[in-house]
Write a protein that binds this ligand. Structure first.
Ligand code: SAM
Length: 226
């Protein structure tokens, strides 16, 4: 394998790898490749693959998270955490009250955050950053997985039931609204398209907190003894 550009620079210049060192490579295909460095310069690194593995680190279903892009560093944080939690797709959501409309260059940067986070957490399949979508169209799209949950901070009634347990399995969609919240009309469109509103408690959460809580729930994260 020949590494060039930023990955070669990172390995040779930043990490100061040496000839003969072993590293783990991944290319987003779900596998990880143990490789030994056989040639090294500041611009290029040549590696020989010595082992291939396919560790099970994916959630096993589509887990699509649609949320408006939060401002500044919080966008990086959101992408990093969704990658760690196993979301398979992130859709930057536009809605009536959303503020940030990501351009193409920004989307490339978001995908770079996914790659960085994947390296760090050992994920070998990349979460896809999709094109921005308008809630009113997105919520009724047939391409959106049919188990649909929209975070809506309304006080639950005394008879509120827990949302369907995730063991019910199958591809799942999660949506979170903008800082100013979804409008009542947007929530009504969602309900008509089969989205179930879910409350996450009595406090108002930031976009990224709500997205992380729901993604962890959908990914079936629950502490267990190792
Ligand atoms: N005042 C806004 C409202 O009433 O919707 C608050 C918006 S909150 C900062 C951003 C988004 O996070 C909301 O649109 C909702 O999707 C989600 N959210 C925040 N807190 C929540 C909660 N306690 N329960 C459910 N969803 C919540």
């Amino acid at each position: 394998v020949l590494l060039q550009g930023s990955e070669a620079h990172h390995l040779a210049g930043v990490r100061r790898a040496h000839l003969g060192d072993h590293v783990l490579l991944f290319n987003g295909d779900g596998r990880e490749y143990t490789a030994r460095i056989v040639e090294l310069s500041r611009r290029d690194v040549t590696l020989e693959i010595t082992d291939v593995r396919e560790p099970a680190r994916e959630v096993g279903t589509r887990l699509v998270v649609a949320a408006p892009l939060p401002k500044g560093e919080r966008a990086h944080f959101l992408l990093e955490k969704l990658t760690e939690l196993g979301a398979t797709e992130y859709v930057p959501l536009r809605s009536e009250r959303s503020v940030i409309d990501p351009r193409a260059g920004r989307l490339d940067r978001l995908q770079k955050y996914v790659i960085e986070a994947s390296k760090q957490c050992g994920r070998n399949t990349l979460m896809k950053v999709k094109a921005p979508a308008d809630w009113n169209m997105y919520c009724r799209s047939a391409a959106v997985p049919p188990r649909r949950y929209v975070a809506h901070p309304r006080k639950p009634s005394a008879s509120a039931q827990p949302a369907v347990p995730v063991e019910a399995a199958g591809d799942i969609s999660i949506a979170v609204g903008p800082e100013g919240g979804f409008t009542e009309a947007e929530i009504a469109s969602g309900l008509a398209a089969g989205w179930r509103p879910v409350s996450l408690g009595p406090r108002v959460l930031r976009i990224e907190t709500a997205a992380i809580v729901l993604a962890a729930w959908a990914a079936g994260v629950s502490p267990c003894e190792p």
